[in-house]
Design a protein around this ligand. Structure first.
Ligand code: DGY
Length: 418
């Protein structure tokens, strides 16, 4: 393991640690974010497994009674972020947002406990809580029991301004929203962030859901934006499978079976999102029933789930075919909408790299996985712990000293020495 890189990564995780939760970065993201935290725990496990478990416990302490786990927990007041707790107005004891994020907790907890089995007894209640979240997804985000769940806001995907959302976003109006001031563009270059038109639509959706009192069982049908994201579903499937294995080890047979059944439903439906011409999966616009012709990293991230071997090989080839010096671009270079510097419309993100590499390695595509690991570490060596990177030049973009980037570096370094 590269000692200097390891120490630098640990220093960032400690610097952004607020005691029981970790902020993604100072300034731009001053609260606890859902999938950031779970992936952060994977970094913390390398030097403090108990602190890693606390990170996930803190997140789940704010789970809603319906099972939903919010995408932001506003632990402390900070006016440097928009939209803050007053805009969400979710009326929770500690304010939270009212939408969710990719359910990576089951995967993260299982991986943490693989290496720290002594935390098993303490982690047991989390297995139940995470299962409740998985159950909530199937109950509220897949009302027709298709096997795949939908997101109802781009922020839920974590890939906020992906080209994937451009077409479904046309159905989201912008009229009538309350005037607002963005804060993100005061912390990061506006040219590397979502546009004002996108923000107007993000806020319209928040206001629409708020007007429905955040009744999470009503929001899917009420949303003009309902998209089935293959990456998001792959994360849910993988979390169900890994949590099932963990539950089994703990003697929780019923929870194991329930998670396995949810994973199987997802796995049997996922192939319908495959695109032979693109050599990857695509998002499904549930409102029209059509696949969205946008080759982004969400469709590559499907490899995080145990997809058919022929699809694994094609995804590895598709990533090679991007031909960028740094992989994995979040949108296919050369495809319409690609922008090497704008957030999720082209830049490389280490968390996505990590999950794709993990899935490829598990499926036996070791060379493809190693190429991603090496590209990820090269980026850090060259340009530090940024939020995301230009896939063509490797330039670091967005926030700096970024928590989950540091966490992923610790994971990549440990893979390198296996
Ligand atoms: C943001 O504010 O940029 C977030 O990604 C939304 O969670």
């Amino acid at each position: 393991m590269s000692d200097a890189l390891q120490s630098a990564a640990i220093e960032i995780l400690k610097m952004n640690d607020r005691g029981t939760y970790t902020v993604p970065t100072k300034g731009l993201y001053p609260f606890q974010w859902n999938w950031d935290s779970c992936l952060t725990a994977l970094g913390q496990r390398h030097f403090d497994p108990l602190r890693a478990l606390t990170e996930i416990e803190t997140l789940f302490a704010h789970q809603w009674p319906c099972g939903m786990v919010p995408h932001i927990i506003f632990h402390a007041r900070d006016d440097g972020y928009f939209p803050g707790p007053d805009v969400w107005d979710c009326r929770r004891p500690v304010p939270t947002s009212g939408i969710t994020q990719p359910p990576v907790a089951g995967f993260a907890l299982a991986r943490l406990l693989d290496h720290a089995p002594e935390l098993g007894a303490r982690a047991r209640p989390l297995v139940e809580r995470i299962t409740a979240w998985h159950r909530w997804f199937h109950a509220t985000r897949d009302p027709q029991a298709s096997g795949l769940v939908a997101i109802i806001h781009p922020w839920e995907s974590g890939r906020d301004n992906s080209v994937d959302w451009d077409i479904p976003f046309e159905r989201v109006p912008t009229n009538g929203i309350a005037p607002y001031t963005r804060r993100d563009t005061q912390h990061a270059d506006p040219a590397h962030r979502p546009t004002k038109e996108q923000y107007d639509r993000y806020i319209w959706l928040v206001e629409r859901f708020r007007s429905l009192g955040w009744q999470t069982d009503k929001l899917h049908d009420a949303s003009p934006f309902q998209v089935v994201d293959p990456g998001f579903n792959a994360i849910l499937i993988r979390s169900c499978l890994d949590l099932a294995a963990l539950a089994e080890r703990m003697g929780e047979q019923a929870l194991a079976q329930e998670n396995r059944a949810m994973a199987e439903r997802g796995l049997s439906a996922l192939p319908a999102l495959w695109s032979e011409p693109h050599g990857q999966y695509l998002c499904l616009d549930r409102s029209t029933g059509k696949l969205i012709d946008s080759p982004s990293s969400g469709g590559l991230l499907a490899a995080f789930a145990p997809i058919p071997p022929k699809h694994v090989a094609r995804i590895a080839a598709t990533i090679d075919g991007h031909g960028t010096p740094f992989r994995v671009a979040s949108h296919a270079p050369g495809n319409e909408g690609f922008d090497a510097k704008r957030y999720w419309r082209g830049p490389v993100w280490l968390v996505v790299n990590y999950m794709i590499a993990d899935g490829l390695a598990r499926a036996g595509a070791r060379d493809a996985a190693n190429a991603i690991t090496q590209a990820s570490l090269d980026l850090i060596h060259k340009n530090g712990f940024a939020e995301y990177y230009d896939p063509l030049t490797g330039e670091g973009l967005g926030g700096t000293q970024f928590t989950w980037t540091a966490a992923m570096v610790l994971e990549f370094l440990s893979l390198e020495t296996v």
